[in-house]
Design a protein around this ligand. Sequence first.
Ligand SMILES: NC(=O)c1ccc[n+]([C@@H]2O[C@H](COP(=O)([O-])OP(=O)(O)OC[C@H]3O[C@@H](n4cnc5c(N)ncnc54)[C@H](OP(=O)(O)O)[C@@H]3O)[C@@H](O)[C@H]2O)c1
Length: 257
Amino acid sequence: MTKTLAGKTALVTGGARGLGKAMVERLADEGALVLFNYISSSSAAEAVVAGVDARGGRAIAIQAPLEDDDSISRFAASVTATLREATGSDGLDILVNNIGGGVYGGIPMTTPEVYDHTFNNNVRVPFFLTQALLPQLRDGGRVINISSAASRLAGKDFVVYSMSKAALDMFTKVLAKELGPRGIPVNSVCPGFNATDANEHEMNDPEIRQQIEGNTLLGRFGQPEDIAGIVYALASPDGGWVTGQVIEASGGFNFLS
Ligand SMILES: NC(=O)c1ccc[n+]([C@@H]2O[C@H](COP(=O)([O-])OP(=O)(O)OC[C@H]3O[C@@H](n4cnc5c(N)ncnc54)[C@H](OP(=O)(O)O)[C@@H]3O)[C@@H](O)[C@H]2O)c1
């Protein structure tokens, strides 16, 4: 049976670990050639590529920390060159802007450095990377921005993270308008708490864990595969009629607050 993403190309930023890794694996298992980057986890990246390969798929890892304009341009050029070499064309069908994150902190203790770093990772990098890749994004393709339930929650203890993900969601909406005429749906996917390295502390502290699970309608932390499933659904041919949406995939975290 033909795989639903056969012949498609995809880029997932930050794919050696965490949610991005599961996205790379899912998109590749569904037939796409998937490029991904990472900062320094070379052996984890190699393991992702080898795992995909062992299941008959294809993924290509590129070590490329995304921090400033130069690193974004260099990475975009490297994506173009890698796609040309692998497929004979620089066409990209699916762009998943996954890298991002933040640290806990309320208004009084937020430093300019934390503010700038968080907005850089969560807003500036996805904005300018998308801008750089737009000319080669194929009509009918997809852009999926990985946001966070924090963009809805107005988190007092993670104010800058919440603000930056809300900004990313507005980028999603404006980009959906921009790319609608080209038949390219653009959406945000907003995870809640997931079983990833980023949440090790929350998972290992029984009290915090119970509080999070008790505040989640489905009663558990998300698994990276839960988020990868939603990303795949939006990337698949059946996901093409949803655009400009901020889709929370958090198992119903803090649903009533
Ligand atoms: N984890 C959650 O529960 C959760 C919840 C809500 C939203 N999110 C969002 O989901 C996305 C992924 O989160 P995660 O926790 O899975 O991420 P993560 O564990 O921090 O990182 C995942 C991957 O991204 C790479 N990476 C991070 N920053 C990078 C950069 N500046 N340049 C290049 N590569 C970079 C890392 O490379 P190395 O391996 O080399 O370090 C790693 O392979 C983020 O946007 C985050 O805000 C996550």
